[in-house]
Structures are given as structure tokens and as C-alpha cells.
Design a protein around this ligand. Structure first.
Ligand code: ADP
Ligand code: MG
Length: 311
């Protein structure tokens, strides 16, 4: 007999310990209760993953659980917030205990790594849809906003660009040597929580790279009413991504592919020496609107949109 909604929640979601000091009350009542320390603000974000839109039918449930949480924690990282707790809304076509076991293992493995408590959610039946709401703490007035870039700021990013995009290509049939790291990158992005907090008080604008550098940096440019020039030669590309470009000629991929979940941020030149995290300088904010690419001395405009659901 399939589990009832109540026993499903009991079995899969109420077993973890409360790890985070901001959780006053977790799963079990009509609401959870959070404590916000003096001098902090609550940063809140939500992201949904829908079967056949965000992931393939039959996708590995452990990896889905991991990535669902990772993309939400990445949004908190991009604001400079320290994640404290999450809520999980699940819509399931049926109660598949093996699927739920693996899904919660992937989800809770990442949650425990960052002492993030699962404090509630909702469980309903319907087409497979996974939603997380994540909460984090950021020092009052210090959140890293997309609107805060200034002309003359240097543009930086953490990590490498395009590996998740290559991983997706490999999942779709592209064949290359050394494919494992790229595929892992696509399925298990590393939310840049430590980096995000280290940028509070140092970076001006910040965004996480979910839809591709061109589109995501474009959001900073629009909201800050500035433009930018990116230097192709400065982009941090892994050997695997360079080999992919040599093989296919598709040099645009790292600029437009999503899912890297690295942070892209701007820092005024006077603040650069305060940077404590590993990051690569990839360009500069300019007052002239638009995004330009300096490739082998030729400056060309790039116009790129991120993924849009209703177009
Ligand atoms: P209500 O009828 O008040 O909405 P529910 O029966 O939906 O309550 O949920 C009971 C408790 O279980 C609540 O604390 C809720 O937050 C929690 N919960 C339900 N579904 C999930 C889930 N998928 N993950 C975590 N907690 C859940
Ligand atoms: Mg409910």
C-alpha cells in the first residue's frame, strides 16, 4: 500500500536534526519559526524545477535533490547571504519510495554540508515539480545587489566558465575525452556560499551564473544602467572547454551556456586589494550601455538573452 501524505512526510522529511541556530521551530506545525539575529536581514529566494523542462524524465533522483537545493543556495550566495533554512514543495505523480529515498539523500547531503535546516514544505500529487524556498542571513544593508555596479569597476568571476555547458552537451551526445568533470559540474554545481559572504563590503554588484555569462552579466548592466567590456583572453576556461572549442569552433558556448553557478561580481579598483577569494578578472564596467567582447583586439558587441520560459 502506498504511504499516505502524512506518513510520507514523517518518513522522509522529519528525521533530520535541527542544525541551525536561527531555526526556532521546524517541520510539524502550521508554520516554521525563524529567529533573525540583531543587525541582519532575511534574504529569501525560490526556484522550481519541472520535469521535461528543467530535467529529463527519468533523471537520477539523488542528483535532482542535490541540484534543486544547490541552485537555491547559489541565489543566496549571490546576495552575500549565509543560508540558514529551506522549505521544500513537492508535487509527485506517485509515491515511489526508492525515488524519494535517493532524492532526499541528495538534498539533505548538501543541506547538512552547510548546516541548512529543512523547516517545512508541502506535498501534493500531480506532474513531477520540485520547488525550494531558501532563507539566508545578510548583514543589514549589505546585500550584494545587481543594481550596484559602477563605471570603472573591474568584473570578476569565481571558478571556470562553460564546464556545465560542456557537461550538458556531453549528456546530449557530444563525445570527448575527460568528460567526467564537466558532467559532474552540470549535475552537481557548487554553490559559492563562502565566496559570496567574503564579497560583502567589498564587491559592488554580484550575480550567480545560472543562465550564462552574457545574459547574467546583462542583468547587472541593465539594473545598474551601465555597460561592460569582457576580454576573451582573460576568461577562465578549463582544458576540456578549450578542447571543445578547438574541436567544434563553438567559442560562443562558454559565454551563453548556463548552469555553472559561479559568481560574477564587480569591484571598484580601490577595493580590489581587499579581495580575499580566488577569482579571475574578466573585464571592466563602462558607462556606455551594452556588452562588448574584446577578442584578439577586435571589439564586438554581444547581444544575448538568457533562457525565457514564455518566449
Ligand atoms: P498543512 O495542512 O498545515 O499545510 P501539511 O500536512 O501540508 O500541513 O504539512 C505538515 C507539516 O509537514 C508542515 O510542517 C509542513 O511544513 C511539513 N511538510 C509537508 N511537506 C513537506 C515536504 N515535502 N518537505 C518538508 N516538510 C514538509
Ligand atoms: Mg500543506
Amino acid at each position: 500500500m502506498p504511504l499516505s501524505e502524512f506518513s510520507l512526510i514523517q518518513r522522509f522529511f522529519t528525521q533530520q536534526r535541527i542544525n541551525n541556530s536561527s531555526t526556532l521551530l521546524g517541520i510539524g506545525d502550521d508554520c516554521a519559526l525563524l529567529s533573525i539575529p540583531e543587525g541582519f536581514e532575511l534574504a529569501v529566494t525560490t526556484d522550481t524545477m519541472v520535469e521535461n523542462i528543467h530535467f529529463f524524465a527519468g533523471a537520477d533522483p539523488y542528483l535532482l535533490g542535490y541540484k534543486l537545493l544547490a541552485v537555491n543556495l547559489s541565489d543566496l550566495a549571490a546576495m552575500g547571504a549565509l543560508p540558514v533554512s529551506v522549505m521544500l514543495a513537492l508535487t509527485l505523480p506517485k509515491v515511489d519510495e526508492a525515488w524519494l529515498t535517493a532524492f532526499t539523500q541528495g538534498f539533505l547531503a548538501l543541506a547538512e554540508r552547510y548546516s541548512v535546516d529543512l523547516i517545512g514544505g508541502d506535498t501534493t500529487s500531480g506532474p513531477l515539480t520540485l520547488t525550494v524556498q531558501a532563507m539566508g542571513l545578510v548583514p543589514r544593508g549589505r546585500a550584494l545587489r545587481r543594481s550596484a555596479a559602477r563605471s570603472g569597476d573591474f568584473i570578476y568571476m569565481t571558478g571556470c566558465l562553460g564546464d556545465a555547458g560542456l557537461g550538458l552537451k556531453i549528456e546530449q551526445g557530444y563525445v570527448c575525452a575527460d568528460s567526467e568533470a564537466a558532467v559532474t559540474r552540470f549535475h552537481q554545481p557548487d554553490p559559492q556560499i563562502v565566496a559570496g559572504q567574503a564579497l560583502v563590503g567589498i564587491a559592488n554588484a554580484c550575480i550567480d551564473l545560472s543562465d550564462g555569462l552574457a545574459g547574467d552579466l546583462g542583468h547587472i548592466l541593465e539594473q545598474s544602467r551601465v555597460g561592460a567590456r569582457i576580454d576573451w583572453d582573460a576568461l577562465p576556461l578549463s582544458d576540456a572547454v578549450r578542447a571543445y572549442i578547438d574541436d567544434t569552433g563553438d567559442w560562443f558556448m562558454p559565454l551563453t551556456a548556463g548552469d555553472d553557478y559561479e559568481l560574477c561580481f564587480t569591484v571598484s579598483p580601490e577595493q580590489v586589494e581587499l579581495l580575499t577569494i580566488a577569482a579571475t578578472k574578466i573585464g571592466i564596467i563602462e558607462s556606455e550601455p551594452g556588452l562588448r567582447l574584446n577578442k584578439s583586439g577586435t571589439i564586438q558587441p554581444i547581444e544575448v538573452k538568457g533562457f525565457e520560459h514564455f518566449s
